[in-house]
Design a binder for this molecule. Structure first.
Ligand SMILES: *[C@@H]1O[C@H](CO)[C@@H](O)[C@H](O)[C@H]1NC(C)=O
Ligand SMILES: *[C@@H]1O[C@H](CO)[C@@H](O)[C@H](O)[C@H]1NC(C)=O
Ligand SMILES: *[C@@H]1O[C@H](CO)[C@@H](O)[C@H](O)[C@H]1NC(C)=O
Length: 450
C-alpha cells in the first residue's frame, strides 16, 4: 500500500511539467487498491479448513489429536505486585478447539499472501493443579485439586505467505490469539487471609498466563496441521489438472476484457477529474499561404476522458511478471480553433471545427506480482483515423481552406500522439497499479512457476 502510494507521488512530481495544475484524485486510486477480486483458491482453503476440523479430532501421522488435546504437565510462575505464586498443573485436557468458525479467508495473488480469521465461541481447559505462594508477602495461598479455565470469544487471526508455484503452497503460517473473557475455578484453594479481591485479581491474571501457555503449546501443531492440510488441498487442486488438454490450453481472454473495462472505467473518472485534460487546450500554429499567412489559436479538444476498450485484452500469468496487453481509444472526439488569415495586410477571423473519428493505441504492461509495480513494455498508437474539418467565415479566402485544414489536422495529430503517449499512458499505468489484475484461473495456477 505504502509502496504504491509513494510511487504515485513520485510520478506526480515528474508529471506537473506536462500537465499544468495536475491534481489527480489519488485517493480514489489508493482506495480501490484495497479491493481484491474473489480468489478461486479461497474456496480450496475453506474446504481444507473444514477437513482440519476432523483431523484435529482424529490426529494424523505427524500431528497429535488436538481436540481433546492432552497436556501432561505445565509449570507457571506468577509474580505481580501483590502475589507470588507457583502453579503446577497436570493431566489437563483442552477441549472444543475444533469448533472454530471460519470468519474470513483472503488470498492475494498480487501480494502473495493469505490472510485468515477464525473465531471460537469457547474452549475449555480442565485438569488437576497444585499451587503454593504468598499474597502481599503476608498470607500463604495454597491448594491442590481440580481446576478449570473456560475461555470465551476467542479470535485467531493471522496469515501466511503464498508461493504461486506448481503446486501453489502457503508457508510460515502464524496465528495471533486473543480472547474476551475467562471463567476460572481452582478447587480447594486455601489461605490468603481476607484479601478476596486481591486473590481474585491474582488468580485471573494467573489463569490468563495458563491460557497463554496452553496456546503456546497448541499453536505450533495447530498451525502445522492447517498448513499441511491446505498445501495438500492446493496440490490436489484441479485433480491431475496439468494433463487435461482443455485446461492446459485455456486463455482467459474474456476475463482480461472485463478487467480492462474496469480499469478504463476508473481511468475515465481520473481523466475527467484531472484539470487540463478534458477539455484540453490545443497549441497555436502558423502556416504560410500565398501572399500571407494563416494562424490557428484558442484551440480546444473535447473527449479525452471518453476512453474505451478497442480490442480484446489479455493477461498472461507467467511467474513473477504478469503481462497485460490491451487496446484502447476514442471515437468522435471534437476539437476547434479560431483561425486568422492575413493576406496583403487584411483577412477574416474564422472558426474551425474538427471531428476526430477514431484514435486507437496498443499497450503492453508488465506487472510485478511481488511489488505490484507496473511498467510499460510496449506502446504504440496504431490508428489515428479520419479527421473532418469545417471552417466557417473564411470567405473570400476559401482557396486557403486546404492549407489551413492540413495545419489543423497536423497540429491535432501531433498533440494527440504526444498527449496519449505521455499523460494518458501514464494515468492508465497508475490506474492499473492501483487495481491489481484478477488472480489467474485455477487451472492456470498449476502451470505457473517462479
Ligand atoms: C476420523 O475418524 C472417523 C472415525 O474413525 C472416520 O469416520 C473419519 O473418516 C475420520 N476423518 C478423517 C478426516 O480422517
Ligand atoms: C476479510 O479480509 C480482508 C483482507 O484482510 C478484508 O479486506 C475484508 O474486509 C475481510 N472481510 C470480512 C467479512 O471480515
Ligand atoms: C503482449 O505484448 C507483447 C509486446 O508487444 C508481446 O511480446 C506479447 O506476445 C503479447 N502477449 C500476448 C499474450 O498477446
Amino acid at each position: 500500500m505504502r509502496c504504491i502510494f509513494l510511487l504515485c507521488l513520485l510520478v506526480s512530481a515528474g508529471f506537473s511539467a506536462t500537465l499544468k495544475g495536475d491534481k489527480i484524485e489519488r485517493k480514489i486510486v489508493a482506495e480501490k487498491a484495497l479491493h481484491q477480486a474473489r480468489n478461486p483458491i479461497d474456496d480450496v482453503i475453506r474446504d481444507a479448513l473444514e477437513l482440519v476440523r476432523q483431523l484435529m479430532l482424529n490426529g494424523t501421522d505427524s500431528t497429535p489429536v488436538l481436540d481433546p488435546f492432552f497436556i501432561e504437565y505445565l509449570l507457571v510462575n506468577f509474580e505481580s505486585q501483590d502475589a507470588d505464586l507457583l502453579l503446577q498443573v497436570d493431566n489437563t485436557w483442552v477441549t472444543h478447539m475444533a469448533e472454530f468458525i471460519i470468519e474470513n479467508i483472503s488470498t492475494n495473488m498480487v501480494r502473495l499472501t493469505m490472510e485468515l480469521a477464525l473465531s471460537l465461541p469457547n474452549f475449555n481447559i480442565d485438569g488437576h493443579y497444585a499451587m503454593d505462594g504468598m499474597i502481599m508477602n503476608l498470607f500463604p495461598l495454597y491448594g491442590s485439586g481440580n481446576y478449570y479455565i473456560h475461555v470465551f470469544d476467542v479470535s485467531l487471526g493471522g496469515g501466511a505467505g503464498l508461493s504461486v508455484g506448481v503446486p501453489p503452497q502457503i508457508r510460515d503460517l502464524h496465528l495471533d490469539f486473543t480472547f474476551q473473557s475467562l471463567e476460572v475455578k481452582f478447587e480447594n484453594l486455601l489461605g490468603g487471609g481476607s484479601l478476596e479481591t486481591v486473590i481474585e485479581t491474582a488468580i485471573n491474571a494467573l489463569a490468563k498466563d495458563v491460557v497463554d501457555a496452553v496456546w503456546a503449546i497448541i499453536n505450533e501443531p495447530f498451525c502445522q496441521l492447517i498448513e499441511d492440510t491446505i498445501n495438500q488441498a492446493l496440490a490436489n487442486m484441479g485433480g491431475e489438472g496439468t494433463d487435461s488438454p482443455a485446461l492446459a490450453d485455456s486463455k482467459e481472454v474474456g476475463n482480461a476484457n472485463a478487467y480492462l473495462d474496469e480499469v478504463l472505467a476508473e481511468l475515465r473518472q481520473v481523466l475527467y477529474q484531472t484539470p487540463g485534460v478534458d477539455p484540453k487546450t490545443l497549441p497555436d500554429a502558423y502556416t504560410e499561404i500565398s501572399g500571407g499567412h494563416a494562424a490557428i489559436y484558442n484551440g480546444w479538444l473535447i473527449g479525452l476522458s471518453s476512453i474505451h476498450r478497442s480490442a480484446d485484452a489479455t493477461l498472461d500469468y507467467a511467474g513473477r511478471f504478469i503481462t497485460f496487453n490491451g487496446s484502447a481509444g476514442y471515437t468522435n472526439m471534437q476539437a476547434g480553433y479560431r483561425v486568422q488569415v492575413e493576406v496583403w495586410g487584411t483577412g477574416p477571423d474564422a472558426e474551425a471545427f474538427a471531428l476526430i473519428r477514431s484514435v486507437d493505441f496498443f499497450f503492453s504492461f508488465k506487472i510485478d506480482a511481488i511489488t505490484g509495480a507496473v511498467t510499460v513494455n510496449d506502446f504504440n498508437i496504431y490508428n489515428i483515423g479520419q479527421i473532418d474539418i469545417e471552417i466557417n467565415g473564411l470567405a473570400p479566402f476559401d482557396w486557403a481552406f486546404e492549407s489551413i485544414a492540413e495545419l489543423i489536422i497536423k497540429t491535432i495529430k501531433d498533440d494527440l500522439s504526444q498527449t496519449i503517449s505521455t499523460v494518458i499512458l501514464e494515468l492508465l499505468r497508475q490506474v492499473v497499479e492501483g487495481n491489481p489484475p484478477p488472480p489467474p484461473p485455477a487451472a492456470e495456477i498449476l502451470k505457473i512457476a517462479f
